[in-house]
Design a protein around this ligand. Structure first.
Ligand code: HEM
Length: 423
């Protein structure tokens, strides 16, 4: 096909290899919805690991697909800047936001400004606060699991993954607890395009995001006039590096923390249930030895890769893998592909919960932007699994998940499961 669109009626591998290499375009949300992107990345890693797509719904961009090349880009913020945004943005979305104020956040800043703002919020996920949060997360995880229907089909994403992560995020923000699912909803509104998730039109998306920012502006106004507290909004309102930021930057940071603290962990919780069901011998191994939970968690974060890519803009010409990336070019680091690079990770397509080096993966990124919430994500996943294993011999997937329609958030909208009745 010359226009780069995909025909999902054909076998994905045949299609990925039939396409002329120079028009091959992995940035197609349909491929991710169908879980059909794997052969595209496999071919790119083998035949053209630093690959240029001249024409796509996201404009022209480079794809970096091998583990070590991704590390090269991610750890060089001088050449690969985040200041023009950290995801591939569709030309349609760009047209919709033209003329509106940008909402920068610290993930889309370069040092030194990035470092100062990151420092303002990082205490909330520092070890001593995680220690404080552990028992709270455990109590909530237990209550969620105890409320699940037994012997009856339900959606794991809704009742467990979204619920636990919404609770944690509400605590981080000190957001009204009974309204916590608004956080999940706003996250879905921000990350979806019209026709997907809860988004029906660009106008509705804008209105709902506006409601979100109004709510957070209210919290800022309350907290800036109150003594400093240990929550993200109060921290931003009182820290020297962020207290004078303009409202658009505040909103940008709110969006970053809502999406960062929510989607990724949620999709890994769902991914763990799905992966263990697809690999029953691994599920047996876990049941037999719950001390494998931490390495299962890391393996799931690799296997799932909840954020498929991060993007950068080259600040100067740079040679990578024999290709010349030009100043101003957009570059996508496909973590989803690097995590399946068999030159670095043995049997990368297999889900192996007791791998030798389970934390060797790209899912949290590297360099100055490496995920600030990685330990909190691992903590939530570890606790929910400790509590699952205490209660249920199995959580059985009873149908295929509905996957997100995105080249960025790689996750699940629904995952039907049954917890069998005990005899
Ligand atoms: C499995 C769960 C998670 C995954 C896979 C994940 C992934 C990522 C990735 C790939 C980056 C960018 C790294 C880079 O550009 O090199 C990032 C940054 C970030 N993440 Fe996470 N994340 C997760 C959980 C969380 C949680 C729970 C929080 C909330 C506390 C969070 C907050 C952030 C923030 C604030 C940044 C920006 C850091 C910076 O720019 O310095 N993430 N995350």
């Amino acid at each position: 096909m010359s226009d780069g669109s995909i025909d999902l009626s054909r076998d994905a591998r045949a299609q990925a290899y039939a396409e002329p290499l120079d028009t091959l375009n992995p940035a197609q949300p349909e491929l991710f919805t169908e879980d059909a992107m794997w052969p595209y990345f496999e071919r790119l890693r083998r035949e053209d690991p630093v690959h240029f797509t001249a024409d796509s719904a996201y404009g022209p961009f480079w794809s970096v697909t091998r583990y070590n090349d991704i590390m090269t880009v991610d750890t060089n913020h001088q050449v690969f800047s985040s200041a023009d945004g950290i995801t591939l943005v569709s030309l349609e979305a760009k047209a919709q936001s033209a003329g509106r104020p940008a909402r920068p956040s610290f993930i889309s800043m370069d040092p030194p400004k990035h470092d100062e703002q990151r420092k303002a919020v990082s205490p909330v996920v520092a070890p001593h606060n995680l220690q404080r949060m552990g028992p709270i997360i455990r109590e909530r995880a237990g209550a969620i699991l105890d409320s699940l229907p037994i012997g009856q089909e339900f959606d794991w994403v809704d009742l467990v993954s979204k619920e636990l992560t919404a609770m944690t995020l509400a605590t981080l923000f000190d957001f009204p607890f009974e309204q916590r699912r608004k956080l999940t909803h706003w996250s879905d509104v921000m990350t979806n395009a019209p026709g997907h998730g809860p988004v029906t039109s660009w106008e509705q998306k804008r209105d709902e995001i506006g409601e979100c920012f109004d709510a957070f502006t209210g919290l800022w106004n309350e907290r800036i006039n109150a003594p400093a507290q240990f929550d993200l909004i109060s921290m931003l309102a009182h820290a020297e590096a962020t207290r004078d930021m303009d409202i658009h930057t505040f909103h940008g940071n709110v969006a970053l923390l809502i999406i960062g603290g929510n989607d990724t962990t949620r999709n890994t919780i769902s991914g763990s249930i799905y992966a263990l069901n697809k690999n029953p011998a691994q599920y047996d191994k876990l049941r037999a030895d719950p001390s494998l939970i931490p390495s299962m968690v890391s393996e799931t974060i690799r296997w799932q890769t909840p954020l498929a890519h991060m993007a950068r803009t080259a600040t100067e010409d740079f040679e990578l893998g024999g290709k010349m990336i030009k100043k101003g070019d957009r570059v996508a680091m496909w973590y989803v592909s690097g995590n399946r690079d068999d030159e670095v990770i043995a049997n990368p397509n297999d889900y192996i919960i007791d791998r030798e080096r389970p934390r060797q993966h790209l899912s949290f990124g590297f360099g100055v932007h490496r995920c600030v919430g990685n330990r909190l994500a691992e903590l939530q996943l570890t606790i929910i699994w400790e509590e699952i294993l205490k209660r249920f011999p199995t959580v059985q997937v009873v149908g295929e998940p509905l996957r997100t329609h995105s080249v960025f958030v790689k996750g699940y909208e629904t995952l039907p499961v049954i917890i069998p009745t005990r005899n």
